[in-house]
Design a protein around this ligand. Structure first.
Ligand code: PLP
Length: 359
């Protein structure tokens, strides 16, 4: 059996893939594929509405929030957020906690002068994030943007935002649906689908309805939250197959017991993997415990000359895509919702065996 530790596009639940395979050429007995039918047909609209309903149920999305199914990945949102939310404002608070937050800042600089809050710090020599209470937010900033889970750095911000009236925007790309969240604390959350949601090509945006209608004139209509909302995310042809498949993932999540159950499973997987890393001098993770990501676990071998052997042998053992991002180096295991505990056990058994043979 193969376990795929890719950071994204990432592993999908096998039950979802089997169902999609069965339905691929003959969806609901129609003799066609769901990807061949019109997005405006009543059949597809039913798929789309059901997916939205299941998503809302899973995250208890309040009725004053719109859920949008968009194109363009999370990076399109790096531009969509300022252009939708700045209005006449010339600044927004941007918290820099890692690679993706910094990428959002780079894009925002095209549209405003962001107040950049460098939240990167160290605790006992380990990489960490400055607590939210120390973030220097500006009164005239239109919103505050941060990334709760840095996919590349393996850093998470577990604290829940509580900034009064300030509009909070968060890039949830690599952590959405991995645990319950209080949507009411946010003005906008967004996530590229290709980690915990479904196939690449779809981006989910949740936006509080009082934030619609403030878009700048130059904002392309396809990124305008109000236009997308008025058109039920069908202003143009949406990524229908990714939407359908994400809908199957939402149903799977409900069958598993919802995000509260996934929260427990994700904690158990992360505990197992970090436990093995911490109990050995052969492996190390250099993120402070309070900021360790449960979704993306980077780890280094004490002897980096063994990296390529580790990768070759792990691949042979059916453990795929463990190479760390070039910015961090070493290894990275992404253990999103679809990764079963058995996958993490297979990885930790392999790690122990590799250490025995090469330590
Ligand atoms: N934000 C985060 C946290 C990510 O992990 C990624 C991609 O891995 C992105 C943004 C960029 O997403 P996309 O490739 O969908 O634009």
């Amino acid at each position: 059996q193969v376990f795929n530790f890719s950071s994204g596009p990432a592993m999908l639940p096998v039950e979802v893939l089997r169902r999609a395979e069965q339905e691929l050429c003959n969806w609901q007995g129609s003799g066609t594929s769901v990807m061949e039918i019109s997005h405006r047909s009543k059949e597809f609209i039913q798929v789309a509405e059901e997916a939205e309903k299941d998503f809302r149920d899973l995250l208890k999305v309040p009725s004053n929030y719109k859920v949008l199914f968009c194109h363009g990945g999370a990076r399109a949102q790096f531009a969509a957020v300022p252009l939708n939310l700045l209005g006449d404002n010339t600044t927004a608070d941007y918290v820099d906690g890692g690679y993706w937050a910094a990428s959002a800042i780079k894009e925002a600089k095209k549209y405003c002068s962001p107040n950049v809050i460098d939240a990167k710090t160290t605790v006992d020599g380990k990489r960490a994030i400055v607590p939210m209470s120390k973030w220097q937010l500006q009164d005239d900033a239109a919103y505050v943007h941060f990334c709760p889970n840095e996919t590349i750095d393996g850093i998470a911000i577990e604290e829940q935002p509580d900034f009064g009236d300030k509009v909070v925007v968060a890039d949830f790309s690599s952590t959405l649906l991995s645990r319950p969240i209080d949507i009411n604390r946010y003005g906008v959350i967004y996530a590229g689908a290709q980690k915990n949601i479904g196939p690449a090509g779809l981006t989910v945006v949740v936006v509080r309805d009082d934030l619609l209608g403030k878009a700048r004139q130059e904002l392309p209509s396809i990124l305008d939250y109000q236009v997308l909302s008025e058109n039920d995310s069908m202003f143009n042809t949406p990524p229908t197959f990714a939407w359908y498949l994400s809908g199957l993932v939402f149903k799977w999540l409900k069958e598993q017991g919802g995000v509260a159950e996934l929260d427990k499973r994700n904690q158990a997987k992360a505990d197992l993997l970090y436990g093995v890393i911490d109990s050995s001098d052969f492996y190390r993770n250099d993120v402070a415990i309070a900021n360790r990501s449960r979704m993306n676990v980077p780890f280094q071998l004490a002897d980096a000359s063994l990296d390529s052997l580790f990768l070759a042998e792990s691949l042979k053992a059916g453990l795929h895509a463990l190479k760390g991002h070039r910015v961090v180096g070493g290894m990275r295991a992404s253990i999103y919702n679809a990764m079963p505990l058995e996958g993490v056990k297979a990885l930790t058994d392999f790690m122990a065996d590799f250490e025995r043979r090469h330590g």
